[in-house]
Design a protein around this ligand. Structure first.
Ligand code: FEO
Length: 387
C-alpha cells in the first residue's frame, strides 16, 4: 500500500495506452490519474479516476479500506479523467455521500444523469468536513482548471489536495529523466495557462496555510523542496520569465527561413546569450513550443508568407499563445516572401491582443533566400534581443 502519511493512502492509477490526453496532448510517458483515501473515524475518498481504470481503482480502494466502508467521496473536479467512476463508487457504497461544489453537482447531472440530491454535501470556500483527527477545509479554485473546482486542505497532516494544479504529464511508474518541471510546465501552460490570475488567487490563499505535502490529481505527490514547486507556480501564474535567453520559433518551406534562424542562433550564442531554444513549429510538439514561449522573456518568430497570410503552423502557434493569455514578452520578427512578404505585418497584428508586447525595431525581411542585407539585419536583431 502506498502511504502518503499514516492516514492517507494513494490509490491512483497509471495509463500507458492513452494516445492524446484531453484529446490533444501527447503523453510519451503515459499519464497518472491520482486518487487518495483518508482513513480516520470517517473515511473520505478524494476523487475517482478515468473510466478505463474503474476496476483497478475500486480494487485499490478496497485494499486500502481493509474491510471498512467509505463515508465520503470528495469530488474536487468534474472533468471525466477524475469523475468517470462516481456512479460505480456510489452504487458499490450505498451509504456514502458525495462532497462537492454546487457547480460540480450540476455538471454531475449533465455528465452522468445523477446529482445525488439525497446523498450529498454541497461545499464551498471555507466549508469544513470533520473526519475525526482530520478536518478537511475546502478552498474554491474556480478555473483551475474548470469553474467547479475545489481544493482541499487537511489540517492534521498539513496536506493540500490541489486538484489539477501542480499536476504533470507522465505515469508514476515511468522515470522522467527531465525531472518535474519540464512536463509540469507543458501541462500547466497547455491546460491552465489562460487562467493565471485565478491560479495566482488560489496560490495566495494557499500561502496562508502550513503545507507540508501537495497531492495533485496528476503527477507525483510533492513532499520535499516545496518552495521549489511553489516558486515555479508563482512565476508561471504571473506570466513571469523563468529562464533568461531567447526562444526562436520558425516554419520553413525550402530551408531558407531556417537558414536565417540558424544564423540568428549562431549570432545570439556568439554575443553571449545564456540560452537559445529553437523550435520548428511544423515538426516539434506544439504544446512544448507553447510552454517555451511562456518560459523565456524574449521570443523571435520567423515564418513564410502564405496565401497572403502566414504559414499555417505559425498561425496556430500565435493563436494558441494569444488565447492562453501570453503577454509581457519582447518579440522579434523575421519574414520570408518571394513576391509580396506580409508575414511580419500579419504576425504583429495577431499579437495585438497580447498585453505588454514590445517589438524589436529590426525586422528581417527575406526575399526568397538570405541576402547580404539580411545577414546584417539578423546581426542587428540579435543585438536588439540581447539588450
Ligand atoms: Fe485532470 Fe482538468 O482534469
Amino acid at each position: 500500500m502506498n502511504r502518503i502519511t499514516d492516514d492517507i493512502v494513494y490509490i491512483g492509477v497509471n495509463d500507458h495506452d492513452l494516445d492524446l490526453f484531453e484529446g490533444q496532448y501527447i503523453v510519451p510517458n503515459g499519464m497518472a490519474y491520482n486518487s487518495y483515501v483518508i482513513l480516520d473515524e470517517k473515511i473520505a475518498v478524494m476523487d475517482t479516476v478515468d473510466k478505463h481504470f474503474g476496476e483497478e481503482w475500486l480494487s485499490g480502494l478496497e485494499e486500502a479500506l481493509s474491510g471498512r466502508l467509505p463515508d465520503y467521496l470528495v469530488v474536487q473536479h468534474m472533468e471525466p479523467d477524475h469523475s468517470a467512476n462516481i456512479s460505480r463508487f456510489m452504487d458499490k457504497y450505498p451509504a456514502a455521500v458525495i462532497v462537492a461544489s454546487a457547480k460540480a453537482f450540476t455538471m454531475m447531472k449533465n455528465f452522468y444523469g445523477q446529482e445525488y440530491a439525497d446523498r450529498r454535501i454541497v461545499a464551498a470556500e471555507g466549508t469544513e468536513l470533520p473526519l475525526g483527527v482530520h478536518t478537511l477545509q475546502f478552498i474554491a479554485a474556480p478555473m483551475v482548471h474548470w469553474p467547479e473546482v475545489l481544493m482541499t486542505y487537511d489540517r492534521a497532516d498539513k496536506v493540500l489536495f490541489s486538484a489539477d494544479a501542480f499536476g504533470k504529464f507522465g505515469a508514476l511508474d515511468v522515470e522522467d529523466p527531465e525531472g518535474w518541471a519540464c512536463e509540469a510546465r507543458r501541462y500547466y501552460f497547455g491546460i491552465v495557462g489562460k487562467y493565471g490570475a485565478q491560479a495566482q488567487a488560489v496560490l495566495k490563499k494557499a500561502s496562508a496555510l502550513d503545507i507540508r505535502v501537495i497531492c495533485p490529481l496528476h503527477g507525483p505527490v510533492l513532499q520535499e523542496d516545496l518552495p521549489y514547486y511553489l516558486n515555479l507556480y508563482n512565476i508561471w501564474t504571473t506570466y513571469g520569465v523563468e529562464t533568461e535567453g531567447v526562444a526562436v520559433f520558425y516554419t520553413s518551406v525550402y530551408g531558407n527561413t531556417e537558414k536565417a534562424v540558424r544564423l540568428l542562433e549562431e549570432k545570439l550564442r556568439e554575443k553571449g546569450c545564456p540560452k537559445v531554444a529553437v523550435s520548428d513549429l511544423a515538426r516539434d510538439d506544439m504544446a512544448e513550443c507553447v510552454e517555451d514561449a511562456f518560459r523565456y522573456g524574449k521570443v523571435v518568430l520567423a515564418t513564410t508568407t502564405y496565401n497572403a497570410d502566414i504559414f499555417p503552423f505559425m498561425r496556430t502557434f500565435i493563436e494558441t499563445l494569444s488565447e492562453h493569455g501570453w503577454r509581457g514578452r519582447k518579440v522579434g520578427l523575421m519574414e520570408n516572401g518571394s513576391w509580396a512578404p506580409t508575414a511580419a505585418k500579419v504576425m504583429k497584428s495577431m499579437l495585438e491582443g497580447c498585453k505588454d508586447t514590445a517589438f524589436a525595431e529590426t525586422q528581417v525581411r527575406i526575399l526568397s533566400s538570405l541576402s547580404e542585407e539580411n545577414i546584417a539585419q539578423v546581426d542587428a536583431l540579435a543585438d536588439e534581443m540581447m539588450k
